[in-house]
Write a protein that binds this ligand. Structure first.
Ligand code: PMP
Length: 433
């Protein structure tokens, strides 16, 4: 069936009438090439189908939650069993305790865990716990790092007031001197320091945390009494079977989790060490759906796979295959790609592409050939992706490079695209200042 997007266009038209802007946040296709579908019908393994019936090999994994494969059999079985018993009740099911026990047994620094729904819930609770523990105000976050959409961390400032960010200070990720400067500026008032699992900022090359940076963060927190917080919402269980900073042997006091922990079911978590327990106990946090049993059953099944399968090694293998294949194709066609970060969470950017016109054209050509790759956010590889999926992907991307090479001389940045990016860059810069 030839690729088409008629139904998607109709749905967007209808959505515009009843949903502000037709869509919100990063799901808005206003910030992706026009061919990108906004609506999806179903998903299975490493594939998903859009509203027009087009099938894609998926490299976004729902922006992270799909770790093992969509509709993973063990997770779905646990969900079906729990659905027969109940989901949203007056309080949690007893499986919450089992899940918490499993979680703390897997995450080295963790002695306790609080479950919630979204990554933003977990990062916001981390901030509150740090303030509750220290009775101090300042929170240090890396320039451009994403920690959620609440007013204190929203990268777009419209609808927020500066006072909501009054005690947020910025430093440069992986730069110990800059972190030290931020501590100096904050005086004796630092409650907590956020560090992402690794640098995974939009539009930028990715970077693993250096040992020196992570150890400096740990030392400065110990010296001042501030809590060290790792935001593992995106990287959690994708780079390690423990907190991501375990790879540089640094233990935080708090870690925020979400996305992959229940393989797509709505669950996030704040985990903490003994030291931070009283601080966490002292804050009031809750939500109508935080105690749902189905996502917790899904998480128990997911953690079981994380402990007992080779899911991580498989994503590293297919991720490496993709990276090598793309590098050699790019070289063949005379392009220079920057593929950074862990192979299973690849950021794919073109050199000499400041307004992303090459990237946009290339991903759009791959999309209409059945491969869903994001042009400026990190991608994700799930454990259901096979080597033959990667080969099919590389067939599509080879054709996409070939089209790009032919069209390159005449390629002009569409005005609309340029305007979008100017707005995005401006908002990101405003937020960071
Ligand atoms: N932290 C990080 C590192 C994230 O990637 C995200 C989501 N992209 C969040 C926090 C916020 O998570 P959520 O969208 O579930 O609120």
């Amino acid at each position: 069936m030839p690729w088409t997007n008629q139904r998607n266009k109709q749905l967007i038209e209808r959505a515009r009438r009843v949903i502000p802007g037709g869509m919100y946040g990063h799901q808005s296709t206003a910030i992706l090439p026009d061919v990108y579908p906004q609506f999806f019908t179903r998903a299975e393994g490493a594939r998903l189908w859009d509203a027009d019936g087009n099938e894609y090999i998926d490299y976004m994994c729902a922006f992270g939650p799909n770790l093992l494969g969509y509709r993973h059999p063990a997770v779905e079985a646990a969900v079906s069993a729990q659905r027969r018993l109940g989901d949203t009740m007056n309080g949690p099911s007893e499986i919450m305790v089992e899940l918490a026990e499993q979680f703390v047994s897997m995450v080295s620094h963790a002695d306790w865990v609080i479950f919630c729904k979204n990554g933003t819930d977990a990062t916001t609770m981390a901030m509150m716990t740090a303030r509750s523990h220290t009775k101090k105000r300042k929170i240090l976050v890396a320039h451009k790092a994403y920690h959620g959409s609440a007013p204190w961390c929203n990268p777009f400032t419209n609808g927020t007031v500066p006072e909501e960010r009054a005690h947020i200070l910025h430093y440069e990720y992986n730069n110990p001197a800059s972190l030290q400067d931020a501590f100096r500026t904050a005086g004796d008032d630092v409650a907590g320091v956020f560090g992402s699992a690794f640098r995974h900022d939009v539009f930028e090359n990715q970077d693993l945390p250096t040992r020196e940076y992570a150890e400096t963060a740990r030392r400065l927190c110990d010296k001042t009494g501030a809590l060290l917080i790792v935001d593992d919402v995106r990287g959690g269980f994708r780079v390690a079977r423990d907190c991501s900073w375990s790879r540089v042997d640094v233990q935080p006091d708090l870690s925020a989790w979400g996305k992959a922990i229940a393989n797509g079911y709505a669950l996030s978590a704040l985990a903490g060490s003994e030291k931070a327990r009283a601080g966490a106990q002292g804050i009031f946090v809750t939500g109508s759906y935080w105690f749902q049993a189905i996502p917790m059953a899904a998480a128990i099944a997911t953690l079981n796979e994380i402990r007992n399968s080779d899911y991580l090694e498989r994503t590293e293998k297919t991720g490496a295959m993709l990276r090598e294949g793309l590098a050699s194709q790019a070289a063949n066609y005379g392009f220079s790609l920057r593929q950074t970060g862990p192979v299973q969470m690849p950021m794919i950017l073109f050199d000499d592409d400041p307004d992303l016109r090459l990237g946009y054209c290339w991903v759009a050509e791959a999309l209409t050939r059945g491969v869903y790759i994001h042009p400026w956010h990190n991608n994700f590889i799930c454990a259901a992706l096979t080597e033959s999926d990667v080969k099919l992907t590389l067939d599509a991307t080879d054709q996409a490079f070939s089209v790009l090479k032919k069209r390159r001389p005449t390629l002009e940045p569409p005005e609309q695209l340029k305007a979008r990016f100017d707005r995005l860059h401006e908002a990101t810069l405003t937020a960071a200042n």
